[in-house]
Design a protein around this ligand. Structure first.
Ligand SMILES: [Fe+2]
Length: 305
């Protein structure tokens, strides 16, 4: 499935947003642009990775670059909301292709600390080297004339951020999922269901008509097609996990119970060692090839059938 859809700008101060679905990992990648200046940012773009063959490919990133070219957009930023566990990031590749700076949340440094130990790769990660900008909570920047505000939204990871663009769009990635799907998991290293609840509540303080763009969708039994946009008002009333005012305690209990049933993403151990370097592949070794390092017997899970 190669679904793409555009959420139109509603006028000055409102971004145009095109989402591109990536079916292997159920990820949604975004081009957000300022119609007045044709300046754009790319958010959470995927580098293809087949875990069986350990093969990378640039099909998704190239699909998005051709959209940018067709629309006559100029890329000003290559953004990610967090170091992803389910897919390889195209950040470094896109920075090279566009010349635009790449960025992520500043707490990526703390996430790198966790994984430096898990991989026993003491010198592997240096976010200051691999990202041009590391955003702290409350930081601001622009896409064309549209102001962007960074909100720290931890829980899924300890350093996830939300980009609030213009008056009525926010890229929340792995916090909310679509109202009929609920919320994102919070059980990866550094995750916390209680912290995620607080981040969800903070996102709900945005204006009611803010368009929230989520990072993942897998469809549901009743809705086979992927979807990725819902307003704050819709999430507040209809979200399957917290709509209508679920308490923090109830949410944490349900989230943790559900997370115990979820297998780890099949790419997690492959991709995080690259994603913490903006998706930059490992250096070639003496034979001219690149290699990954995978920790053994560290992530045992009992996942019921
Ligand atoms: Fe994620």
């Amino acid at each position: 499935m190669t679904a793409t859809s555009t959420s139109a700008s509603k006028g000055p101060g409102s971004a145009e947003v095109t989402g591109f679905y990536e079916e292997d990992t159920g990820s949604i990648q975004y081009v957000v642009s300022d119609p007045a200046t044709k300046k754009a940012a790319l958010i959470d773009v995927v580098m293809g990775f087949d875990p069986k063959a350990a093969q990378t490919d640039t099909a998704q990133a190239d699909r998005i670059l051709s959209h940018v070219r067709d629309r006559g957009l100029t890329v000003e930023w290559v953004l990610d909301t967090h170091p992803h566990a389910d897919h390889l990031m195209a950040s470094d590749y896109l920075r090279g292709k566009t010349g635009a700076p790449n960025a992520i949340g500043a707490k990526v440094a703390e996430i790198a600390e966790l994984w430096r130990d898990l991989y026993h790769m003491p010198d592997a990660f240096d976010p200051e080297r691999d990202f041009d900008r590391l955003f702290a909570d409350g930081d601001t920047f622009h896409i064309g004339e549209l102001p962007v505000r960074v909100m720290l939204s931890p829980g899924h990871t300890l350093g996830s951020i939300t980009y609030v663009v213009g008056d009525d769009a926010a890229f929340v990635h792995d916090t909310f999922m679509q109202p009929d799907a609920g919320t994102s998991r919070a059980d990866f290293p550094g995750g916390s269901a209680a912290t995620l609840y607080d981040s969800l509540q903070e996102i709900l303080t945005l204006p009611d008509d803010t368009r929230l763009f989520v990072g993942h969708d897998y469809g549901t039994e009743d809705r086979p097609e992927p979807a990725w946009e819902a307003t704050v008002a819709e999430q507040r009333t209809e979200n399957k996990h917290i709509g209508g005012g679920t308490s923090r305690e109830d949410y944490v209990e349900r989230r943790e119970a559900r997370d115990r049933t979820l297998p780890l993403p099949d790419r997690m151990l492959h991709v995080l060692q690259m994603n913490l370097r903006a998706g930059r592949l490992p250096e070639t070794e003496a034979d001219g090839n690149r290699y990954l390092k995978i920790p053994l017997n560290r992530f045992a899970q009992e996942v019921p059938e």
